[in-house]
Design a protein around this ligand. Structure first.
Ligand code: FAD
Ligand code: NAI
Length: 462
């Protein structure tokens, strides 16, 4: 048993970042993790392994589609799946080991095992009860289930199983055209699987700017992914390592069946609070099963905080990290803050999709007057040279004040480009501020500037 200033439960991006910041602020800190390795969903079965597979499969796609035109001739690489999984695992290992190193460096104790909170100020792990002035719950999320769909993580899989398949399936059905479905669907389509995405709504990526969403769907279709829209999945059946997916089209209630070697269920995630003992503690929850917190990330029980996927807001690693740092600062008596209106989101398909702030839809709903500056990557020399002319930047600014309200990008390195707009928004910049900032040539970033110019007197290369 030990006494701590802070014990953090969960070592995902929320938990580990919070632990490091707590220790940097002079607090005696421990982090409890039930998994064998640190880093949570993100490092072990989320962001990092999925991006490794996206990278490898994108390289194959480039070799198959663009090498010859650039004068790079020769046999295209073939897929060595076990080796690709090894590469993915080594990426995970270096990152999880990196967190272990950072814990040692910052003197954060890693308590191994699953934690419960018997009462405020106490954390029980196995037979040991540790005391802590403050507890931060950062236990993350898990895939949500779908009635009639039984996940076995072999034939019917969540993202976790999809990152570990025994082989590349011939036919894959993806249920849900959200972020996971499109990223992992892209991976397997590039590796040669016939991928069909079945989506309940009439559009993909709900919540995203509708123009970008349409463009992304069009591009993914060109890459060979089939979409069945407006379809409610009824059930899946499995036999001898194959599956059938039964769905009804919402427009006419007609029933259909798809055959698959693998079914990926990617219909959202839900907060993970199992075994913490929250009910006995009387911690308030939201209607959606998230832990309710105040502006300082404190729950309804004094001294117990919660951050990341387990609370309200986008389920994103960087949102969890920001909350982790801010909660640590609040506990240390500082003024930790998260600006929820400037949290970027990125989908790592090819091309990438990135967004921040308001969409035209949210502004229309709020009755706020806005203007849009749009610029196609077809007018960007670097993008054209790199076979990346598909896509555009859309900058949205207040009609009266010109202040930037949001940005939506589909195109090369969108996930990197979005950050100049995030910084501009944090500084309350106008579209003109961005338009007057010199951008190096030839870069993809020039497309962002051109979109800003288009908010005013007009883009130059449009
Ligand atoms: P988590 O990362 O879920 O970590 C929680 C940790 O708490 C886990 O390790 C768990 O074992 C531990 N834990 C739970 N209960 C206990 C307990 N009682 N005792 C001890 N330990 C416990 N987000 C992005 O921003 N970018 C991406 O590219 C991205 N890609 C993703 C790809 C996939 C396939 C998935 C599934 C998710 C992806 N996400 C991505 C989302 C991202 O992983 C999550 O938003 C992020 O991990 C949330 O961090 P967290 O710290 O709240 O929780
Ligand atoms: P999601 O919420 O992004 O998408 C779920 C999709 O499934 C939606 O389009 C929804 O309409 C559809 N759906 C729901 N029920 C359905 C049904 N019965 N039949 C057919 N379709 C149905 O959820 P997803 O993709 O599982 O991702 C979970 C979370 O993980 C996301 O919130 C995201 O924040 C995070 N994540 C982030 C990534 C990133 O930042 N690049 C990558 C992967 C995950």
């Amino acid at each position: 048993m030990s006494d701590y200033d802070v014990i953090i439960i969960g070592s995902g991006p929320g938990g580990y970042v919070s632990a490091i910041r707590c220790a940097q602020l002079g607090l005696k800190t421990a982090c409890v993790e039930g998994r064998e390795t640190l880093g949570g969903t993100c490092l072990n079965v989320g962001c990092i392994p999925s991006k490794a597979l996206l990278h490898a499969s994108h390289m194959l796609h480039e070799a198959e589609h663009n090498f010859a035109e650039m004068g790079l001739k020769g046999k295209s690489p073939s897929v060595d799946w076990p080796q690709m999984l090894k590469y993915k695992q080594s990426t995970i290992d270096t990152n999880t080991k990196g967190i272990e190193f950072l814990f040692k460096k910052n003197k954060v104790d890693w308590i191994k095992g699953w934690a419960t909170i018997p009462e405020a100020g106490k954390v029980k792990v196995g037979d040991d009860v540790h005391t802590a002035k403050n507890i931060i719950i950062a236990t993350g999320s898990e895939p949500s289930s779908l009635p009639g769909v039984e996940v076995d993580e072999t034939t019917v899989v969540t993202s976790t199983g999809a990152l570990e398949l025994g082989k590349v399936p011939k036919k894959m059905v993806v249920i849900g055209a959200g972020v996971i479905g499109l990223e992992l669907g892209s991976v397997y389509a590039r590796l040669g699987a016939e991928v069909t995405v079945v989506e309940f709504l009439d559009h993909i990526t709900p919540g995203m700017d509708s123009e970008i969403s349409r463009q992304l769907q069009k591009t993914l279709k060109k890459q060979g992914i089939t979409f069945v829209m407006g379809a409610a999945v009824q059930k899946t059946e499995t036999a001898r390592g194959k599956a059938k997916v039964h769905y009804k089209l919402r427009k006419d209630d007609s029933e259909h069946v798809l055959d698959a070697d693998t079914v990926l269920v990617s219909t959202g995630r839900r907060p993970y609070v199992d075994g913490l003992g929250l009910e006995a503690l009387n911690i308030s929850m939201t209607q959606r099963g998230q832990i309710a917190v105040n502006d300082h990330w404190e729950t309804s029980v004094k001294g117990i905080y919660a951050i990341g996927d387990v609370i309200e807001g986008p389920m994103l690693a960087h949102k969890a990290e920001d909350e982790g740092m801010a909660a640590a600062e609040q506990i240390a008596g500082k003024h930790g803050h998260v600006n929820y209106s400037v949290i970027p989101g990125v989908i790592y398909t090819h091309p990438e999709v990135a967004n921040v702030g308001e969409t035209e839809e949210t502004l229309k709903a709020a009755g706020r007057a806005y203007k849009v500056g749009k610029f196609s990557f077809m007018g960007n020399a670097r993008a054209k040279a790199n076979f990346s002319g598909d896509g555009f930047v859309k900058l949205i600014a207040d009609k009266e004040t010109d202040r930037i309200l949001g940005c939506h990008i589909i195109g090369p390195s969108a996930g990197e480009l979005i950050h100049e707009v995030c910084v501009a928004m944090e500084f309350g910049a106008s579209a003109q501020d961005l338009a007057m900032t010199c951008h190096a040539h030839p870069t993809y970033s020039e497309a962002v500037r051109e979109a800003a110019l288009a908010c005013g007197d007009g883009a130059i290369h449009a």
